[in-house]
Design a protein. Structure first.
Length: 157
């Protein structure tokens, strides 16, 4: 899924800890959640036409669903149940310039950057057998009761 702002009417400066909170379901028993914060350049950049529409990744992180409650407690996901997935995007200091857009993308695989998730909970993903790899469908919720969001620490100038 992708969300993006309208072109910014002024610079937006962020500084501090970035975090996303996803509410989602999967038809599998494990899933990956990747969140990316992106600076989208204007369609036209005077003096540098190659940069028109360029998408610069500012921050990104992956959360393997089995670790949603902690890295010391891998647990299977109950298929079809809405779960909370906190994605720590770490600290960042960045200025989105006037005319640019802020974009957030959420995806469920980052292969080949990150190893494939079989979408099935197995004790060790690196010893997953071919039959453990299954097709799964992920759904992100965006409602008052399940408000998936990203928190950006915006500095007032």
């Amino acid at each position: 899924m992708t969300w993006r702002t309208e072109p910014l009417t002024g610079d937006v400066v962020i500084a501090g800890s970035l975090a996303a909170q996803l509410f989602a379901t999967t038809t599998g028993t494990d899933a990956d959640w990747i969140v990316k914060l992106i600076d989208v350049y204007p369609d036209s950049v005077p003096g540098n036409p190659k940069m028109g529409g360029y998408e610069l990744m500012v921050a990104s992180e992956i959360l393997r669903g089995r670790y949603r409650t902690g890295f010391d407690r891998p647990t299977a996901i109950k298929a079809g149940r809405i779960e909370s997935y906190p994605v720590d995007l770490h600290q960042q200091s960045y200025r989105f310039l006037k005319g640019h857009r802020i974009m957030v993308q959420v995806q469920s695989t980052w292969f080949p950057v990150y190893d494939r998730n079989p979408q099935t909970f197995v004790p060790n993903i690196f010893t997953a057998r071919p039959q453990d790899f299954r097709v799964a469908t992920q759904r992100i919720y965006r409602s008052a009761s399940h408000p998936s969001h990203i928190a950006l620490p915006v500095l007032e100038e």
